[in-house]
Design a protein around this ligand. Structure first.
Ligand code: ADP
Length: 629
């Protein structure tokens, strides 16, 4: 049988395992047991949906057999087994979750990180074994058994074999002892027992091993004899059913990292148990970081769903609203039937009830974190805040009530992000609305001319720098009876009556000049007008109507050719030297020059908004002509 080569990434991970200096090599057992348990979950789940008839859950167990004379350790399960193709795919290629975890490791420190923190899976067997054989057989009366075998990174073989029972048997031939490492310990039943207790106690299938016990010899007073007995090593109480005090943080983190394939411990663990209208235990985790594919279409949300301790669905999307799609975890309920189909689940009242409760629970826990652990919450928001904002926007504000107090925004008055409640709390007495400015960055917004008047009044401005921000605040509509208003809104209504009158008077007087500029700009703007908001800058762009410049930018990135456009208004500062220059030119009959000035000012206003000028060549020529005068 020719040897097949491992796929490149698998080979690297494998080499890392073989040459591992990691001191907790013992975790290989946890990994193999976890695979065995998953395989039995799969087999049982499959049988529930009609794949295999007559399978009793009681038949499913894991067996550990140490053999000192052969120096082998065998782990047998009665799970789903693997076909030839599956063997090839699963053990020749690094599993999806694993490849995610696989980072370029240049120094040994990284190696310890990967192995220690992440469920490294099947290949971890090579930390302790010089040869690994997997005898496996999928379900089905006439199914063929297969043997996968490898001595390490130079490849593997797959050959047919006889195997009577469905499931997999993993046989490790342990490495030879070295001065530093003693592998014999993994043949000692007491050591194995304690490892199972330590890492795999919650596995919900019995993990059995033959143990040697001692008893008083019958008919004697003080003579003892050894006897062998198959024992179940694990308590089988799932971690989510254990009392809080019974589970250490380390155990909980390990469970999370293992089960949900994360490098890092979770940011927060949420436990929730209720009885009554809906009876369930939920164990939820908020990851510390967004998975690499989180903000892409590939990401699938969902919680594991168990019916009375039996996995019935691996990723139940209906249990999580989109705004909390980052939450990982599981729900175990005795109200659900084991045989319920996916289609029926969608309409299940009980499931809806649970989903509703979880939504409130998650929002509540995030609220507590915001209140009591601000820095941690800011980290959380850095990773998943966008999703909360999308949540408000995509439900047209329907989830506003749930989410609005969980939002953070940058602000003109503090370096740290603020909540809407904090903003409203420190609003000025005469301030009616919540002001915001949209742009690429805080630095850009700090210098936006439109903010001048608002700042002069000492009103705080929310700096909205994410694409979704403005859509989000618009979907909210208002907060605590205060509407949101963009500082670029055509109708800012902040100037005093006197100031307004002044602008009106000057506008009437300069109507011809303003019309001349509008004519030069054509369709680019709806109007050229004098501004009541500009204080030191000569010009800015504002908008009339419902669509702002930021929204226009977002629409521009979306597919389709019906792009919504903002109604642009070029506002000029009537008291600025530039305007006086324009007046002079107009009075001297230099209309063409006024036109060039209008184009330059418009381009400048666009740049301030972070919008590129449409025709950089024309812009540069006009500017050069001006400089050369
Ligand atoms: P992971 O468990 O993270 O997917 P592993 O490297 O541990 O990665 O395993 C790769 C794949 O091999 C598993 O996803 C599973 O499909 C298959 N596998 C491993 N062990 C068993 C087993 N005992 N029975 C059936 N399939 C198994």
């Amino acid at each position: 049988m020719p040897k097949k080569q491992f796929q490149a990434e698998s080979k690297r991970l494998l080499e890392l395992m073989i040459n591992s200096i990691y001191t907790h090599k013992e975790i290989f057992l946890r990994e193999l047991i976890s695979n065995a348990s998953d395989a039995m979950d799969k087999r049982y789940y499959h049988s529930l949906s009609g794949g295999e008839t007559g399978l009793a859950r009681e038949e499913l167990c894991i067996q550990i057999i140490p053999d000192k004379s052969a120096r082998t350790l065998t782990i047998t399960d009665r799970g789903c087994g693997m076909s030839q193709e599956e063997l090839e795919e699963n053990l020749g290629t690094i599993a999806k979750s694993g490849s995610l975890a696989f980072k370029e490791e240049n120094d040994k420190q990284e190696d310890v990180d990967i192995i220690g923190q992440f469920g490294v899976g099947f290949y971890s067997a090579f930390m302790v074994a010089k040869n690994v054989r997997v005898l496996t057989r999928p379900a089905g009366e006439n199914a063929q058994g297969w043997c996968w075998e490898s001595d390490g990174s130079d490849g593997y073989t797959i050959t047919p074999c006889d195997k009577a029972e469905t499931g997999s048997t993993v046989i490790l031939t342990l490495k030879d002892n070295t001065e530093e490492d003693d592998y014999d310990e993994f043949l000692e039943s007491y050591r194995l027992q304690s490892l199972v207790k330590k890492y795999s106690d919650y596995i919900r299938y019995p993990i059995r091993m033959e143990m040697t016990r001692s008893r008083k010899k019958e008919g004697t007073e003080d003579e003892y004899e050894d006897y062998q007995e198959i024992e179940t090593l694990n308590s089988m109480v799932p971690i989510w059913k254990k009392a809080k005090g019974e589970v250490s943080d380390e155990e909980m983190n390990q469970f999370y990292q293992d089960k949900f394939g994360d490098f890092s411990p979770p940011l927060r663990v949420i436990r929730s148990s209720t009885e009554g209208a809906a009876t369930y235990n939920a164990l939820l985790f908020i990851p510390a970081r967004a998975p690499y594919n989180y903000y892409s279409r590939d990401y699938e949300k969902g919680l594991q769903l168990y019916a009375s301790g039996v996995l019935i669905m691996d990723r139940c999307a209906d249990l999580l609203p989109d705004c909390f799609s980052f939450v990982k975890g599981l729900v175990d309920s005795q109200d659900l039937s084991l045989n319920i189909s996916r289609e029926m689940l969608q309409h299940d009242r009980q499931l809806k009830l649970i989903a509703g409760r979880l939504e409130k629970k998650i929002a509540g826990e995030l609220g507590l974190m915001l209140k009591n652990e601000r820095e941690k919450y800011e980290d959380f928001f850095g990773a998943f805040g966008l999703q909360l904002k999308f949540g408000v926007y995509s439900t047209y504000g329907a989830q506003g009530e749930l989410l609005r107090d969980l939002l953070l925004f940058s602000s003109s008055k503090s370096e740290k992000p603020v909540t809407l409640a904090e903003y409203v709390e420190r609003m000025k007495e005469d301030q009616k609305v919540i002001y915001y400015a949209c742009g690429q960055s805080r630095e850009q917004l700090e210098h936006l001319p439109q903010t001048e008047l608002v700042k002069e009044k000492d009103y705080e401005i929310l700096y909205l720098t994410d694409d979704v921000d403005e859509f989000c605040v618009r979907a909210l509509g208002q907060y605590a009876d205060h509407e949101f208003k963009s500082v670029s809104d055509g109708d800012l209504d902040l100037a005093s009556q006197e100031e307004k009158d002044q602008v009106k008077e000057q506008s009437d007087k300069e109507k011809d000049l303003l019309d001349c500029m509008k004519e030069a700009l054509g369709e680019k703007v709806k109007e050229v007008r004098l501004s009541a908001r500009l204080k030191s800058g000569p010009v800015c762009l504002t908008t009339d109507g419902g669509i702002t410049l930021e929204m226009e930018k977002v629409f521009a990135q979306m597919p389709g050719d019906q792009k919504m456009k903002a109604e642009r208004v070029l506002e000029l500062n009537g008291g600025h030297g530039v305007f006086r220059k324009l007046q002079g030119l107009y009075q001297a009959g230099e209309k063409e020059k006024v036109g060039t000035y209008a184009q330059l000012l418009y381009a400048q206003a666009q740049l301030l908004e972070g919008i590129p000028v449409e025709d950089p060549v024309a812009f540069s020529q006009a500017l050069n002509a001006l400089l050369a005068e």
